[in-house]
Design a protein around this ligand. Structure first.
Ligand code: GMT
Length: 382
């Protein structure tokens, strides 16, 4: 199949999933065009069958606002004409589903076989941004107009119905990762370096884009309570708007010597392999790709009972989920796990096995291929 995949290049799960899907589909013999404003974070050069198509948004002195929707639509039309795309697959509805809809209409006016459109909903494109009254009508219309729609969790499928009143069929296809790459490494050098100064007993980790929805302040507070009982270190991977506030909070609690803010890191597997515990106390999380990555590296996750996280983590079996406001409960679970090696290893291994059973590339990518075939054959209902 010839497929155009549209995504954001900024660090975020939707761009990661779209880029990994593009690579996996190219390896499986499809002709893939990844369309984005920048090279995505996870892009790897040299994959046969995979081409990058840049969206250039020109500026003009009259405009205060960049005309990204128009530039993207125009790129979709150009790439579709040149490569005779079968499918345009938009990741993140805002405004990618709208661009796909517009491109489809332009191409339908000149061809009997315009590309079919597929939209994958990721989370905040519905729960925070898409349902904002400034966008809701156009987002709902664009989702209804897609030839096929997928959501990364059952929870997001329901949210799309309730928040936007969308009634059409939505297929749930979960996020995935390459299980042969995401596994715990034996190399302990990073862990030793992190613990060198004070001989810490455990590493607690958080990875995110430090936006308010991730509640990095709650991560620091949970760690403060853990640290009262266990000589642990907190490693904060990533960057974003709430990083400075979290650093100040750690300093105000007298924790500066025990918390490392290490910024954005490409080798996530090496970092996760140094961790004993992963905290994800988000306010909302339609899937929680970071939790999946940690689980695949045998790191037990303590997360909020919100959105799609209960579909990823089986409470008490492959990790723990707590009420988002239950900071004390999360801290107690953390202390329990860090004090009990057997429990921590059992949960870590169960997490890894569950990821291998449900969320590996070879299990999930064929579901996208089947979905594309169903869309092309007209078997998907709006
Ligand atoms: O969080 C966002 O605003 C964007 C989005 C992204 O691009 O990372 O995150 C969502 O999509 C991820 C990939 O499907 C999910 O793993 C995240 O749970 C989801 N974020 C939220 O729902 C807050």
């Amino acid at each position: 199949m010839r497929i155009g995949i549209v995504c954001y290049a900024t660090i975020g799960g939707s761009g990661v999933v779209a880029t990994e899907l593009a690579h996996a589909l190219a390896y499986r013999g499809h002709d893939i065009h990844l369309i984005s404003a920048e090279l995505p974070f996870r892009w790897r050069w040299g994959t046969p069958g995979l081409t990058f198509e840049r969206v250039d948004t020109p500026s003009y002195p009259l405009f205060n606002e960049p005309q990204y929707l128009l530039a993207l639509t125009n790129t979709l039309v150009k790439v579709s004409r040149r490569h005779k795309l079968d499918i345009i697959h938009a990741h993140y509805a805002v405004p990618h589903a709208t661009a796909a809809y517009l491109a489809h209409d332009i191409l339908a006016s000149e061809s009997e076989r315009p590309p079919r459109t597929v939209t994958t909903l990721h989370g905040t494109d519905i729960t925070l941004v898409g349902s904002d009254p400034s966008f809701a009508s156009v987002v709902a219309f664009s989702i209804e107009s897609s030839d096929g729609v997928t959501a990364v969790s059952e929870s997001l499928r329901r949210d799309t119905q309730t928040a936007l009143g969308v009634r059409r069929d939505i297929e749930v296809i979960p996020n995935f990762l390459e299980c042969s790459e995401y596994h715990r490494l034996n190399d302990t050098s990073l862990r030793e370096r992190l613990c060198a100064q004070e001989g810490c007993q455990a590493i607690v980790m958080h990875i995110s884009n430090f936006r308010p929805v991730k509640r990095v302040g709650a991560v620091v507070e949970i760690f403060r309570r853990i640290r009262e009982q266990v000589r642990a270190r907190l490693v904060m991977v990533g960057d974003g708007p709430d990083r400075l506030a979290a650093e100040r909070q750690a300093a105000a609690c007298g924790l500066s010597d025990y918390v490392d803010f290490v910024g954005e890191q490409h080798d996530v597997v090496a970092w996760l392999s140094a961790a004993d515990l992963f905290l994800l106390p988000s306010a909302q999380e339609s899937f929680g790709l970071a939790a999946l990555e940690a689980m695949s590296c045998e790191v037990p996750v303590i997360a909020s009972r919100v959105g799609g996280l209960p579909e990823v983590i089986q409470d008490g079996v492959t990790g723990y989920i707590c009420d988002p406001d239950d900071i004390e409960g999360m801290a107690q679970r953390g202390i329990e796990l860090l004090r009990n090696d057997a429990l921590r290893q059992r949960i870590g291994r169960a997490a890894r096995n569950d990821v291998a059973r449900r969320f590996c590339t070879d299990i999930v990518v064929p579901r996208y291929e089947q979905f594309y075939e169903d869309v092309l054959a007209g078997r998907v209902h709006r």
